[in-house]
Design a protein around this ligand. Structure first.
Ligand code: PLP
Length: 447
């Protein structure tokens, strides 16, 4: 148990230094949380802070580390690239990028052709641009409570406060609520925000605007775990076919964590385009944009006026490319060993949390898909962001996360953020987490 200011002395010193040179002291502002902790090392299921405290990690750097931190099999592939001088890139195609492309196309039936980018945001940007180019339309549909990256089309309506959101709208759309300054108003008019699990609102937008594409996380995993209701994803497919828009699954968080092809494989629904990131290379920076060949071929369209430009210095850099190949190989080993292991741990966690909370909390549920889970303090699993914002006890959620930190368990300290179990976690890690959770919850409720 460590919670005094003294025990974060080195973290405080690092923050103080970094604040002189970095706005807020931390790169990428979504990492700015309380308490301010500087992390220095990760291995397997654990991370260590600058003051030497060890945590069982469920944050996993916003979810990429699916095999665990510093996985030896992936690291060996990366080291080989540098040792054997394979780090050349940028002059033409490489065998490595061909191998990764082949693996993706071979194991994911609806991925006929791919492009590699460095981040999920770049990939969703290109997917939406491609959708606009192919359809010749400008309007997009984005989901309230979804996150698809930092660019102008999608940097909006994530955890919109209920006071701003107002009453639930369906069928219909919510106003664009930017989560970044600097998004032109004219641009905002092209983006239409609807509830998750709400086909009527998608249809409403399609009847009123020329929609190029709809981008959706098949499970909303940036506000915990909000699953699609039966028929929702199939319904989106049907509406895309009826109204001629491009259906884009943003599987940056779900992809490779829930099966090789992501949640689409489990749902049995085929998107037109799909974006993967995060778990695809176990923490090395690469994202995949893939889909139907006739769409992807617009990146090399013979008519220059129709060609979609995709060009970037570091795309398919050999280090993350090798990491992604190794990750895929690891996921394929022993007939799904990785997925079986994390499912067993996820189930152990879910049952353990429920046993604790059902005794102490009137309202608590666990939403889980395989290795990803979220505890909600409400009486049902949410069906969309509005439902969550209206019913969840955010205060209790935040307190639980704060109290777990000095007890050596790191859930990202922001209410509704998903927890990720990795292949490196063990049943002992889960049991230790449950012991600490029980103490925390009892302490909080007693106060
Ligand atoms: C579902 C989803 N899409 C896109 C992104 C953006 O990816 P990146 O942060 O790699 O730009 C994220 C990042 O969290 C995400 O969760």
């Amino acid at each position: 148990m460590h919670n005094s200011v003294d025990q974060y002395r080195e973290s405080a010193r690092i923050f103080e230094h970094n604040r002189k040179y970095i706005p807020g002291g931390v790169i990428s502002v979504n990492r700015a949380t309380q308490p301010e902790i500087a992390f220095v090392k990760g291995s397997g299921a654990y991370i260590w802070d600058a003051d030497g405290h060890r945590y069982i990690d469920y944050h996993a750097a916003f979810a990429p580390c699916f095999l665990g931190h510093n996985d030896p099999y992936v690291n060996e592939a990366v080291t080989r690239v540098m040792r054997d001088g394979l780090s050349l890139f940028g002059s033409g195609t490489t065998p490595l990028e061909g191998r990764l492309a082949e693996l993706n196309c071979k194991h994911i039936p609806w991925v006929e052709s791919v492009q590699f980018l460095n981040t999920g945001s770049e990939a969703t940007y290109q997917a939406l641009r491609l959708a606009r180019a192919v359809t010749g339309r400008d309007h997009l549909i984005v989901i309230q409570g979804g996150y698809n990256g930092w660019h102008n089309d999608v940097e909006c309506n994530l955890m919109t406060p209920l006071q701003q959101l107002g009453a639930r709208v369906s069928p219909g759309e919510y106003p664009f609520r930017p989560i970044s300054a600097g998004i032109p108003l004219e641009h905002q008019k092209l983006v239409h925000i609807v509830n998750f699990n709400d086909l009527a609102s998608v249809e409403y937008v399609c009847q009123n605007y020329a929609v190029a594409g709809l981008i959706v996380e098949p499970i909303l995993q940036n506000v915990g775990i909000i699953k699609p209701e039966p028929g929702y994803l199939k319904g989106l497919r049907a509406l895309a076919d009826r109204y001629g828009f491009v259906l884009i699954f943003d599987e940056v968080k779900t992809g490779f964590r829930h099966t090789l092809g992501g949640y689409a494989a489990l749902a049995g629904v085929t998107p037109d385009l799909v974006v993967y990131g995060k778990a695809v290379a176990n923490g090395y920076p690469i994202a995949v944009l893939g889909g139907k060949k006739h769409l992807m071929d617009w990146f090399v369209h013979p008519d220059p006026a129709k060609r979609v430009l995709l060009a970037s210095t570091y795309n398919a850099h050999p280090v993350p490319t090798a990491a992604a190949i190794a990750t895929l190989e690891r996921l394929l080993m022993n007939d799904g060993e990785v997925y079986r292991h994390v499912e067993a741990l996820g189930e152990r966690m879910e049952q353990g949390v429920l046993a604790i909370l059902q005794k102490s909390c009137e309202k608590a549920v666990v939403a889980r898909q395989g290795s990803a889970f979220c505890i909600y303090f409400m009486d049902h699993c949410p069906k969309d962001w509005h439902d969550l914002a209206a019913n969840h006890n955010f205060d209790l959620d935040n307190k639980m996360r704060q109290e777990l930190i000095p007890r050596g368990v790191y859930f990202f300290p922001m209410a509704t953020k998903q927890c990720s179990i990795s292949f490196a976690h063990s049943a002992d890690d889960i049991d230790q987490t449950l012991r600490q959770l029980k103490i925390c919850i009892n302490d909080i409720l007693r106060k």
